[in-house]
Design a protein around this ligand. Structure first.
Ligand SMILES: C[S@@+](CC[C@H](N)C(=O)[O-])C[C@H]1O[C@@H](n2cnc3c(N)ncnc32)[C@H](O)[C@@H]1O
Length: 243
């Protein structure tokens, strides 16, 4: 049983976009780093979704297998690649085991937070480690909790105020639970509301989870371009290695 919200068919149909993380240059930069880390070996993407990264990584010549909780997300992925080309096991990334050993396991786009308990996030690191060959790497891309923006007395932090979208996060500081609220402008002038629940987690807590799973931090950068991680960084790409 997982604490993750299960993504619906409607969410899956709307998922693929054009800008932001779907922009060709963002995808290319991500795929280049992952291909280099795979170094000719096979890779496993946890929460592969519709294949935003997995599909182009495979096209670059890296063997990719996926684990994904939502069947509708995999149905969208199946419009791009066959099961032989990119096998996906439906299940929870914290516990689902797939055949084989991997040089690279990766979990991108803040998705570690979809596991909403510490126990499940710890299990996810253990599950990643158990799929790695010796010397293999686990890569996580996730935001740094934006709590410095949550001034005392405020309940929400806006992260996007643009013509077609209003987005803000609310936080429970005790339980490390957060919700992203989205209001998207529709063609008829109304707004569609959507929410996304997640557990926010600090880099140091992730390092401890990695250590519990027998992994060592190899490098942490602010982004896929390799910008050094520092006190102003709002996200990170972290690489842990199985000795
Ligand atoms: C933000 S999307 C990321 C998809 C893809 N990795 C990408 O970068 O575009 C989050 C994905 O995580 C999946 N997911 C959420 N909880 C999960 C879990 N416990 N196990 C496996 N997949 C999960 C969702 O179904 C969804 O496809």
């Amino acid at each position: 049983m997982t604490s993750s919200d299960v993504w619906t068919a409607e969410q899956a149909q709307r998922y693929d976009g054009v800008g932001g993380v779907f922009a060709a240059e963002v995808v290319e930069e991500t795929v280049d780093v992952l291909a280099a880390l795979a170094a000719g070996g096979a890779s496993l993407e946890l929460a592969i979704g519709t294949g935003r990264i997995g599909v182009p990584l495979r096209a670059k010549g890296v063997h990719v297998t996926g684990i994904e909780l939502s069947r509708p997300m995999v149905e969208v992925l199946r419009t791009k690649v066959t099961d032989e080309e990119l096998p996906v096991v439906i299940g929870d990334m914290a516990t689902t085991r797939v055949e084989g050993e991997f040089a690279l396991v990766f979990l991108v786009f803040n998705t570690i937070g979809n596991l909403r308990t510490q126990d499940e996030q710890v299990e996810c690191f253990r599950n990643a480690a158990r799929h790695l060959s010796p010397g293999g790497r686990f890569v996580v891309e996730v935001g740094v909790p934006p709590l410095r923006r949550l001034v005392p007395g405020q309940v929400a932090v806006p992260f996007d105020v643009s013509d077609k979208h209003l987005g803000f996060d609310t936080f429970d500081l005790v339980t490390q639970q957060a919700t992203s609220h989205h209001l998207n402008l529709q063609a008829d002038g109304s707004y569609r509301r959507g929410t996304h629940n997640y557990r926010f987690v600090w880099p140091s807590e992730l390092d401890l989870m990695a250590r519990l799973a027998g992994l060592e931090l190899e490098r942490r950068t602010q982004d896929w371009a390799g910008t050094p991680f520092g006190p102003q960084s709002e996200s990170h790409v972290s690489v842990w290695r199985r000795p």
